[in-house]
Ligand binder design. Structure first.
Ligand SMILES: *Cc1c(COP(=O)(O)O)cnc(C)c1O
Length: 363
């Protein structure tokens, strides 16, 4: 097994240079002389880590000052609750939710605890194999907000356009495609993404929110669930995950300096995904892509083989050749190759080649 061939859906692969610097930081952070695992979160050094990480994210996204950046805990799953606590609690209007796959479906019951939820579109009747076209959606201009998942990690479905009205708050779970491509942050009111798919280890979740949303904070929120308190404390209200945030810093430096920004990252990601979809399409009698072609994800390439036995055989053979993490999500089965930012084009090419050879040998 090799880190280079880790196609896991999450936690995902990290750049080799980041792993190398992380190993070094566990021994001693060069500027400090102490292990990253034992440096105070109240140190000037860590304050500078938070500042630079935020600056790098701002630079990568061209994020305006109207939006704040927060580093919180509790994963993306806690955001399923914190968002409706802020934007739905005590309100008349319903929130609009798109139910497009495993993760967006998980967000909905949490929102229902706080208020009315309207499912604008439900992909379950069509087996979560496609996303709605923008013209199919009947989002309400009076909704409290619209919530959707930009990349359904389990099914491998990704929006390549923007649902909703610009006059309605747009809230997006970007956990599995954050910083993988440019987005226009002005068109989002709240973006959240945990680190462990594209950005670093589990333990930190990045929130980008329009500061003016905090004017509507309901009273009486527990302090840890109150974005305003977290913002006032500069994301250091209590002990933050110093280690996870430091690795995210290293990844943002890698994106800026080694990759050269999100346009470049996007071009690389497009080429990687195209390589695997090409292997699927060239063996179309053997591999069946899960997602409708127009909704194919650049991050999670999902497909089936003719039988469950062949899928098990595929996982076995690929593992024997050093690939890992190709088994589909437990809720869906099949095969999933996750090709997050740090997955190298060379590793993807070798998987593409393996797929062609496997199909030929079993046909
Ligand atoms: C993995 C994933 C989650 C779950 O995140 P946790 O950090 O484990 O709570 C939520 N949303 C999406 C889109 C994901 O891919």
């Amino acid at each position: 097994m090799s880190n280079l061939l880790n196609f896991s859906g999450g936690p995902g692969v990290l750049p080799e240079t980041v792993l190398e610097q992380t190993r070094q930081a566990i021994d001693a952070v060069p500027e400090v002389g102490l292990s990253i695992l034992g440096i105070s979160h109240r140190s000037d050094w860590f304050a500078a880590v938070i500042d630079e990480t935020e600056r790098n994210i701002r630079q990568l996204l061209r994020l305006p000052e109207s939006h704040a950046v927060l580093f919180l805990q509790g994963g993306a799953t806690l955001q399923f609750s914190m968002i409706p606590m802020l934007l739905l609690r005590g309100r008349q209007q319903a929130a609009d939710y798109l139910r497009t796959g495993y993760w967006s479906a998980k967000a909905i019951p949490e929102a229902r605890r706080e208020g009315n939820v309207r499912i604008v579109w439900d992909g379950e009747p069509t087996g979560f194999r496609r996303l709605p076209r923008i013209d199919e959606l009947t989002c309400l201009e009076t909704a409290a907000y619209l919530h959707y998942v930009s990349n359904e990690t389990v099914e491998g479905l990704q929006f390549h356009d923007l649902p909703g009205h610009d006059s309605v708050l747009r809230v997006c779970d970007m956990s599995s495609d954050f910083l993988s491509r440019p987005v226009d942050p002005e068109r989002f009111d709240l973006i959240y993404a945990h680190a462990q798919k594209n950005l670093g280890p589990a333990g930190v979740t990045i929130i980008i929110l329009r500061r003016s949303l905090l004017d509507q904070s309901p009273p009486g929120l527990p302090v840890m669930l109150d974005y305003r308190a977290q913002l006032d404390a500069h994301s250091i209200y209590n002990t933050p995950p110093v280690f996870a945030i430091y690795v995210v810093l290293l990844v943002t430096r890698w994106l800026l300096n080694d990759i050269g920004g999100l346009e470049r990252m996007d071009a690389i990601n497009r080429a990687k995904a195209a390589c695997l979809y090409d292997s699927i399409d060239r063996s179309a009698a053997f591999y069946r892509g899960w997602a409708a072609t127009v909704n194919r994800s650049l991050m999670n390439v999902t497909f089936r083989l003719p039988t469950a036995d062949l899928e098990a055989d595929f996982v076995r053979q690929s593992t024997a050749q050093g690939f890992s993490g190709l088994q589909g999500h437990r809720s869906l089965g099949g095969i999933r190759a996750s090709v997050y930012n740090a997955m190298t084009p060379a590793a993807v090419a070798s998987l593409g080649q393996f797929m062609l050879e496997f199909a030929k040998s079993r046909a």
